[in-house]
Design a protein around this ligand. Structure first.
Ligand code: ADP
Length: 228
């Protein structure tokens, strides 16, 4: 059983306009996979279908053997905790410290104080920012902000970590560090899905690469020097 399966998924935001057209692929637990394609290809839509912010018009998105279109509202919080997402613009709370940015994600699910005190330093240590716990986002570099966002996404020990253009606003050198961090997280057992239009990042690694073009899956193979 694959952890994630897209089965003949078609998505239309506007009736008749397919932004994903009959897309099928599966992802095994513990994989590190890139989703690459030009801007507008449909990468973010794939991620929104995975997090169930959107539902497909046709086909199924299956997570841990469940068609996620069928998840009931009361089951959504548990589902959401299994999938951590980091975005290009970090989405940090500027009025809160690094520590509190991570703690808030646990407070909203009523984690007890003891758990928060153990989990937050743990994930900040994992991303190399424990010594920045009392900093505010505006005191951090772009790469550091993204590390905080990654720490926050990891606080719930998700099965899957999704990075949507997570290096889009960061210099190449720092982008490489973020990708290294994602590899480290992956090596600890979390499935990592990274959507990017940055061919350079993909070329540097020998990971599986799914290429999306105009809503169609045009290639699915192990990278290295990947060319369309
Ligand atoms: P990518 O992430 O690869 O840049 P997206 O998944 O964001 O691509 O977008 C794919 C296509 O769907 C684009 O043509 C985009 O304009 C369109 N699209 C995305 N979101 C919406 C929406 N909420 N309503 C209508 N069209 C949308």
């Amino acid at each position: 059983m694959s952890q994630i399966e897209f089965k003949n998924v078609t998505k239309e935001y506007i009736p008749g306009n397919k932004v994903l057209d009959d897309v099928s692929f599966s992802i095994e637990k513990g994989e590190f996979i890139f989703i690459i394609g030009p801007s507008g290809a449909g990468k973010s839509t794939i991620i929104k279908l995975l997090t169930r912010e959107e539902k497909p018009e046709e086909g199924q998105v299956v997570f841990n053997n469940q068609d996620i279109s069928n998840i009931k509202p009361e089951e959504m919080p548990e589902f959401r905790r299994k999938i951590g997402v980091v975005y290009q613009d970090y989405k940090l709370l500027n009025s809160k410290t690094v520590y509190d940015n991570v703690a808030v994600s646990l407070e909203v699910v009523d984690a007890d104080e003891q758990e928060i005190k153990s989990v937050v330093p743990n994930v900040l240590s994992l991303v190399g920012l424990l010594d920045h716990s009392s900093y505010y986002p505006q005191e951090l570099s772009g790469g550091e902000k993204q590390r905080v966002a990654i720490a926050r996404a990891l606080a719930h020990e998700p099965d899957v970590l999704i990075a949507d253009e997570a290096t889009g606003m960061i210099d190449p050198d720092v982008s490489d560090e973020i990708v290294e961090l994602l590899e480290k997280i992956n090596s600890l057992g979390t499935t990592v899905i990274m959507a990017t239009h940055d061919q350079r990042i993909v070329d540097k690694l020998t990971k599986r690469v799914i290429k999306i073009q105009k809503g169609k899956l045009v290639s699915d193979k192990k990278g290295g020097k990947y060319r369309a």
